[in-house]
Design a protein around this ligand. Sequence first.
Ligand code: BGP
Length: 482
Amino acid sequence: MTNQQFPENFLWGGATAANQLEGAYQTDGKGLSTSDLLLGGNVNTPRKTTRELVPDAFYPSHEAIDHFHRFKEDIALFAEMGFKLYRFSIAWTRIFPTGLETEPNEAGLAFYDQIIAELKRYNIEPLITISHFESPIGLTKAFNGWAARDMIDAYVRFAKVIINRYHQDVKYWLTFNEINMLTRPMGAYLAGGMYVDDSDRFISPDVDSEQLRLQALHHQFIASALVTKFAHELDASLKIGCMLAYRMLYPLTSKPTDIALVQTATEFNNFYCGDVQVKGRYAYFAKRYWRDHDIQLDIGADDEAILAAGTVDFYTFSYYQSSTMTTTGEGEQAGGNFFSGVKNPYLDRSDWGWEIDPRGLRTALNQIYDRYHVPLMVVENGFGTRDDLIEKDGSKTVEDTERINYLQAHVAAMADAIQDGVDLIGYTSWAPIDLVSASTGEMAKRYGYIFVDKHDDGSGTLARYRKQSFYWYQQVIQQNGL
Ligand code: BGP
């Protein structure tokens, strides 16, 4: 029986990022990336950045879940669930170890040749994120990452190499993961590759000014537009997308200043980036924002034309939660990845304080589609929780009912949005397999349909086990919906 709520060729799948699952951080000539210098943390202890490797320190990305050596097993499991689409990222430092080389590292490319060949074997469409929170530390050292315009050339060089190599097998590309992370202080290191020493949750007021972040973001916009144009000229069938952490916002009260706060934050955290990438120009409110915040952007003479010539074909975003804001000083702080707010009295929360709001996904899909009218994909959505491996019917599994409930409600919200008229073409949940958490560095915060025997102290056999959600998702895909 097929479900008519989702289009026939709907792209169901999962999403990962190289630094959170591959491991093998120095294999085959790979250089160090910003994520390789990020220490482990947990829900109470923030991750710290380091400038050089610290002996005996724990860096979760160094081994991660060793997907580098186990990708065949992992992709076979994705295929068993019936994936149509798999979103993954290419580690920049496997291809250009310091970012400054002029020729790519063939061994690094050979690894992704194998990944793509394996996906093709199972008829799984690849969706590649060109840059997912891990620029070469060589570029941070050379010019403080995206703070410098030089970063554009380095990125374009990298992107051209991989697009040239893979465009015959890879139709869908995303230029930057959660590009709007740079509208928030926490984005400086993860998204911007800029130094933030002795920082708490990657924020250091000395070096992390909004001026610097918005300038870095401008450089990413230019880089993204140049690569989008290059890809379109190379092969007109390629589809290049943007990727944002969509911030679905609610006012805590009906006070007009709360409503206004939500409006301006919606504009700045979402549309500031979306408009540049989809419409090819800064939004009308940008100038006012720069004036009010004393931001002077260095914008090149050709930049306007570059942005206009490099607009994306589709819009993708991550959605985990909504957040609630107020000017009243009321409300307790809620949890969240990079976009938290105050606690919403009507919502439940995960153990990490992330609010569960499937209805917000339907609203977000409508807000985005109404503004841009391009095809949409939800490329991250999932429930991070602790999982217990149990013995059932002679094999090991996890009874992850909470995760199934969360995902089921979000799939239903997508079905509703499609009925509303939204052109939603795909869904890749985060993450199909347990991996290292980006914000806390934990393994204990698990998202997968597949349990990986790996723990926060680095121990574990790395064996993979199917959770109950594995069978649930397999059925969803088989039925093309719930
Ligand atoms: C997004 C990132 C992902 C991923 C996810 C979940 O912001 O794009 O890399 O990690 O959040 O967050 P976390 O891992 O912190 O739970």
